[in-house]
Design a binder for this molecule. Sequence first.
Ligand SMILES: NC(=O)c1ccc[n+]([C@@H]2O[C@H](COP(=O)([O-])OP(=O)(O)OC[C@H]3O[C@@H](n4cnc5c(N)ncnc54)[C@H](OP(=O)(O)O)[C@@H]3O)[C@@H](O)[C@H]2O)c1
Length: 338
Amino acid sequence: MKAYELHATKDGLSLALNDKRATPEPGHGEVLIRVHAVSLNYRDLLIEDGMYGSGTKANVIPLSDGAGEISAVGPGVTALQVGDRVTGAFFPNWTSGDVTEAGVTPSLGGPVDGMLSEYVVLPERAALKFAQHLSYEEAATLPCAALTAWHALVDLGRINAGQTVLLQGTGGVSIFALQFAHAMGAMVIQTSSSDEKLERVRQMGAHHTINYRDTPEWSQEVRRLTDGRGVDLIVEVGGAGTLEQSLQAVRVGGTVATIGLVSGVGHINPLPLITRAIRLNGVYVGSHAMFAAMNNAISTHQLKPIIDRTFSFEQAVDAYAWLRSGSHFGKVVITVNN
Ligand SMILES: NC(=O)c1ccc[n+]([C@@H]2O[C@H](COP(=O)([O-])OP(=O)(O)OC[C@H]3O[C@@H](n4cnc5c(N)ncnc54)[C@H](OP(=O)(O)O)[C@@H]3O)[C@@H](O)[C@H]2O)c1
């Protein structure tokens, strides 16, 4: 079968096609998935750059996120059958309940092989059915970005109608967060570096928008838009370059869901956390139970993931470059088996 691998070169890790990799066979309790589509996340750039915390296996097949059909089942598989449409689970072992070390070990596409391959074997529990109305390309966007947004808004933020949410940028996590927050009736304030992208989020239901390049002190504008109060929840994907503003933009007693670091890493001043009683909570993707709940919501609201561009399997290197350019809005997808 064909699969991409990350090979060590003198300049770091580099994506390379292996067209003679052995097709894996499902063992006891495992399923073989014929992959139809995969999607990219910012994490995949961190992995390629050798900056991902939990380590990267030599010659790993990259990408955590993909969708396909079950093409064979191993002995002992009971809940799935050939032909079922599934996505892989970002964390194969986090089935439900609170996050634990065992649950977040390993994750696909870094410490163990991922989805940028014609065929993948996963434990039965880690092959998750998805909403009927979604194509393979759409379903391939769910395991990391959508689930992280869902976890932040629902399991952590307990967001409901009338509450206010601040979303940063227009990448994969933030566009899913907009779709979920809008479906729940929350008021959304969204930032972006691009006025054109801000127009698009307004069309999708964002109530207020701020260009963070033109307005670097955007917390003041957020406070103005919320009558001085601040927002209930921030989906924090920026990291060091945004956290200080986030701590000023969230309401007293509000929640900052700490998710990303697109603007880098650094130090934080704990004073506003204390004097404004802010809940600063890390979010790490989510469990299979959260995925099932998210799927129900996606079905009920007939939500469609926003795919920015779809690349062919042969164009995988171009897909990485496109994500790295930051030009995208929503998700970048690669088709594998058409
Ligand atoms: N903790 C977790 O479980 C988890 C899960 C998924 C992702 N993440 C992290 O979350 C972050 C986003 O991931 P992603 O896959 O959604 O990334 P992505 O699709 O590559 O989107 C990145 C977006 O961030 C925006 N951005 C860049 N600098 C910004 C700034 N200073 N302020 C506000 N927005 C800024 C840009 O939006 P504009 O073009 O609109 O400016 C850009 O399109 C990454 O750091 C990723 O590692 C973490």
